[in-house]
Design a protein around this ligand. Sequence first.
Ligand SMILES: CC(C)(COP(=O)(O)O)[C@@H](O)C(=O)NCCC(=O)NCCSC(=O)CC(=O)O
Ligand SMILES: Nc1ncnc2c1ncn2[C@@H]1O[C@H](COP(=O)(O)O)[C@@H](OP(=O)(O)O)[C@H]1O
Ligand SMILES: [Mg+2]
Length: 374
Amino acid sequence: MGSHLPQGPSIWRQAASVVLAAGWTRAGTAAAPSSPPPPAKDFRLLMLKRAASQGFMPGAYVFPGGVVDAADRSDDWLRLFAPRQGPPHFGLKPAPRPRAAFPDVAPAPDAGALPDDVARRICAVREAFEEAGVLLLRPRSAPEPAGPTRQLTCAFQPPSGLAAWRARVRSDPREFLQLCAHLDCTPNIWALHDWSGWVTPFARSSPGRRFDTTFYLCCLCQPPPVDPDNAEVVDSQWLSPSEATESFISKKIWLPPPQFYEVRRLENFASLSTLHKFCLDHASEISERWLPITLVTADSMLQLLPGDELYVEDPYYIENHLCTEKKTEEIMKEGKRFHRLVIHNSHLYSVHVTIQSKYKHIYPKSYTVSKSHL
Ligand SMILES: CC(C)(COP(=O)(O)O)[C@@H](O)C(=O)NCCC(=O)NCCSC(=O)CC(=O)O
Ligand SMILES: Nc1ncnc2c1ncn2[C@@H]1O[C@H](COP(=O)(O)O)[C@@H](OP(=O)(O)O)[C@H]1O
Ligand SMILES: [Mg+2]
């Protein structure tokens, strides 16, 4: 057992990430009626390339996000949200968050009056600004909707002089509250929908870096301008789920397993409006948080997710892999109840799902690549 690692919830740093799905109208949509354009998704996802110098997942394309800072939990936010919003729910739909008993990731103690969920949303909004220059803010004077908004959100138009503010926020996250106060806005926590949670699995290559990351999803009416900070992130791309998959398979981008799973999951949605409606209708039901468990086979690797017949809720595997001398094909032939990713190699993953979510979430369809790629 990896006894050099601390045990218990403290091994995971609290983090938050936001999947930005923006409406995408294609040029030349005025095609002649006789030649209708092929169906295509009307949304794209913002993916940011992590710098090669990053200690964790260098070069990977991920959604904006990062570690929750003490500033995200500050009681000072209460004054900015007041008088219209505040404890206990801050105008969010009260979400009984189903927390899986395994792994034992204790929720961060609510700092003062700011619930952990609100702090994580503020973190995701701050990180989107720091990393991509995208501001997910709402003017304090904007008319309610209290609770999740039915309208698609637009990113806040960045006023001039923002580069200096961004530099200040990047060097001190407390400055984000000052920026919001200066703009008379609050972070638009209501535009972020609970989507998923990923707890970093054990990996020998980066033993100390593990995160308990909440993924939120935000539907934007149109893609805002994106400006990578050129420090933590060095490139940005708006990609449809199928474009992201193709770019990954053709080695143009590298996606870590959770991001690949989420891209495949989002392939289920034909349009931004169906995705947005799904988020609104299931806001309080779809919170699932998973610790993948790695099964090393004779020729590749599987990441098992809860519900898979080989998934084991055993604390031993928080710091260890499962191992088998069998080949992946044999393991796959033996089983029926699948919720797993097969990592054939660094640019070839397949997804196998034969179960349904207990919490009304939607899982990806099984996705396998042709044998010629193997
Ligand atoms: C938002 C992060 C937590 C990054 O935080 P940072 O910007 O470095 O402060 C990001 O890591 C994230 O979105 N994490 C999601 C869950 C996670 O940690 N996944 C790691 C998967 S890597 C893996 O499975 C093993 C592998 O194949 O490399
Ligand atoms: N110029 C830079 N190049 C690469 N990584 C950087 C960087 N500036 C900060 N980072 C790293 O980015 C991480 C902060 O990301 P975020 O703000 O998204 O949480 C930190 O990593 P660690 O979390 O490994 O300490 C930090 O060291
Ligand atoms: Mg980050």
